[in-house]
Design a protein around this ligand. Structure first.
Ligand SMILES: NC(=O)c1ccc[n+]([C@@H]2O[C@H](COP(=O)([O-])OP(=O)(O)OC[C@H]3O[C@@H](n4cnc5c(N)ncnc54)[C@H](O)[C@@H]3O)[C@@H](O)[C@H]2O)c1
Length: 388
């Protein structure tokens, strides 16, 4: 029989992770302190499974075995039999600490304790444990059942055995498990920052409007969504807060500087889709804004944002946050980028990327645009990220 998996928090992420584990054949114990949230998670799962059944993606036998595999509980004491517990509660270090300290008294000595945190360090979460070698980050993306990427983040305290077991388990769940260092934003939320930040900067300088920047990134770059459409989708409040936390965590490195424009949109309550207005207007009578489909301008926008994204991807490799393949997999499987950024860099030519960054740094005199040392070294030595 497969191990019992515990999930704490039946919100957006916890409910999705419970579905993933149940679909992989585990018995799952889903805990939330709020009974209404448990009822909602159960009702939502029923709707999702009915949809999958009507699309013939699962059989009715599979539907009933997935439904019956999840046990809904209000108290963490029900997690005693679990070999892995994944915490997906509110993003607050003090609350996570109290949950993990209490949890360690309930589970067995061999139970792995994981967190789905997006922004807190795994080392800080694990610091309250008597045995911190069992803490690990298992970072799913939203919606967990659909997004293939899972970032696996060992803390400095984590044992190799725990890392190996978690990598094997998450891969067996059909996910793309990518190993990543315990650093701010992990891979995706760090490397993706310029997609938003540089788009906002281009707008702030008056080079192009939202619609034109979105058009350049989707039509010329092949991204599924433009940066402004995506920020409206994520929510300007959420997206701004992630940028701010990454900026602070990197000791205010200008590469991650948040945008005043986005701050104003957030302050005004222009969160995006969920508030009916963000960079775009989502009301019924809204007039759609037309992009200025100028190829030269579009190419200039794409080249600039892409150069910064690639610089960030190179930095993640340089600082050993992940491998070349890990960074490329993370961006394609976690945020649907049309191509791995390092593969893309090889195709464009590393020298060309370096020239773009040097030009931006010279023009603006800002450290934000400084080319990564690994990029410089690779250009000097005429190297590529992948074999030619
Ligand atoms: N939402 C995302 O896109 C996303 C993506 C990746 C990671 N995360 C991370 O996952 C975690 C959960 O995020 P979410 O969006 O699912 O949050 P959410 O607000 O949707 O759900 C959190 C749930 O935890 C419950 N809860 C809070 N304190 C609890 C406690 N002490 N014991 C038991 N249950 C408790 C709440 O009742 C709520 O149902 C956070 O750490 C977040 O950073 C979120």
């Amino acid at each position: 029989m497969k191990e019992v998996i515990g999930i704490i928090g039946a919100g957006t992420m916890g409910a999705g992770i419970a579905q993933v584990a149940a679909q992989a054949g585990h018995q799952v114990i889903l805990v939330d302190q709020n009974q209404a949230q448990l009822d909602l998670a159960k009702a939502n799962l029923e709707i999702i499974l009915n949809k999958l059944l009507s699309k013939e993606k699962i059989t009715s036998d599979q539907k009933s075995s997935i439904s019956s595999a999840i046990q809904y509980e209000i108290n963490n004491t029900s997690l005693a039999s679990c070999s892995l517990v994944i915490e997906a509660i509110v993003e607050n270090l003090a609350i996570k600490h109290s949950v993990f300290s209490a949890l360690e008294e309930i589970v067995s000595d061999t139970c792995i304790l994981a967190t789905n945190t997006s922004s807190l360090s795994i080392a800080s979460i694990g610091s309250v444990l008597r045995n911190p070698s069992r803490i690990i980050g298992i970072h799913f993306f939203n919606p967990a059942p659909l997004m293939p990427l899972v970032e696996i983040i060992p803390a400095v305290q984590t044992s190799q055995k725990v890392i190996d077991n978690v990598m094997t388990l998450i891969s067996a769940w059909g996910k793309t498990a990518v190993l990543c260092k315990d650093t701010p934003g992990f891979i995706v939320n760090r490397v993706a920052r310029p997609f938003y930040g540089e788009a906002l900067r281009i707008f702030e300088e008056g080079i192009a409007d939202f619609a034109t920047i979105d058009w350049a990134m989707t039509s010329l770059g092949g991204f599924k969504m433009g940066p402004f459409t995506l920020m409206d989708y994520i929510g300007n409040d959420v997206n701004y807060t992630v940028t701010e936390s990454v900026f602070e965590a990197f000791y205010y490195d200008p590469r991650f500087k948040p945008s005043l424009t986005q701050m104003r949109y957030k302050e005004a309550g222009y969160f995006g889709r969920k508030s009916g207005k963000g960079f775009y207007d989502y009301s019924e009578n809204a007039t759609s804004i037309k992009a200025k489909e100028d190829i030269d301008l579009g190419q200039e926008i794409l080249d600039r944002i892409l150069a910064l994204l690639i610089n960030e991807a190179v930095d993640a490799v340089f600082m050993q946050v992940s491998s070349v393949e890990g960074v490329d997999l993370a961006m394609t499987k976690g945020v649907n980028y049309p191509k791995g950024l390092l593969k893309w860099a090889d195709e464009i030519g590393l020298n060309e990327i370096l020239l773009r960054l040097e030009d931006l740094q010279l023009t603006y005199g800002e450290d934000r645009y400084r080319p990564n040392p690994l990029l410089r070294k690779m250009v000097k030595e005429n190297l590529n990220f992948y074999p030619k």
